[in-house]
Design a protein. Structure first.
Length: 189
């Protein structure tokens, strides 16, 4: 099997499993153009490293390319198209600047109090909307995108449950909420 046929078969498989796989498909096709359409066993570790490596310290894109190729070569080895992966392990590690932070109760109260400043004649429900969103994100531990996609049908205050649809990795889940968050959500503010 040639590299281009293997790439298209892998992309088709991943999309049939529900993955969007757009960026990864672009990375794999760029790898195919860089290496050339050759037999799979002719791909060298140097070709993989050259494709993944950028100039300077490792970047997130370098890490993404390595991660995508690792999944691709794992697929090829598991299907018996290759005996071993030509990709060197481990991949690059990028320094992360993100530091998780948990708001104190006082900081959360100041944030909630600040939502009153969002009042306007044009959008009278904006302060209530932001206050509710902040409480749901904090109280249920949701991702911001999950909270923004909530619909009225996804909230069951009687059972104190939130239904989160198509979240990270295309999964859905049910999130229980505490009695305090459930009772705050019922208040008219």
């Amino acid at each position: 099997m040639t590299l281009s046929r293997a790439i298209e078969a892998y992309v088709t498989l991943r999309r049939s499993l529900g993955a969007v796989f757009t960026a990864q498909a672009a990375i794999l096709r760029a790898f195919g153009r860089t290496v050339g359409d050759r037999p799979l066993d002719a791909i060298s570790a140097e070709a993989c490293a050259t494709f993944c490596r950028g100039t300077g310290p490792p970047t997130r894109f370098w890490e993404n390319k390595h991660h995508t190729l690792r999944g691709f070569f794992h697929y090829l080895v598991s299907r018996g198209y290759l005996a071993i992966s030509p990709l060197q392990e481990p991949g690059p590690r990028v320094q992360r600047s993100f530091q998780p932070y948990i708001y104190s109760h006082e900081e959360l109260q100041r944030l909630l109090d600040a939502t009153v400043r969002l009042a306007s004649a044009r959008f009278p429900l904006q302060p209530l909307t932001y206050r509710t969103l902040i409480l749901v994100l904090y109280g249920a531990g949701l991702r911001a995108s999950e909270g923004l996609r909530l619909r009225c049908d996804d909230v069951d205050l009687h059972e104190r449950l939130l239904v989160i649809w198509d979240t990270k990795f295309f999964k859905s889940r049910i999130v229980p909420i505490g009695t305090e968050l459930g009772s705050v959500a019922k208040l008219p503010f």
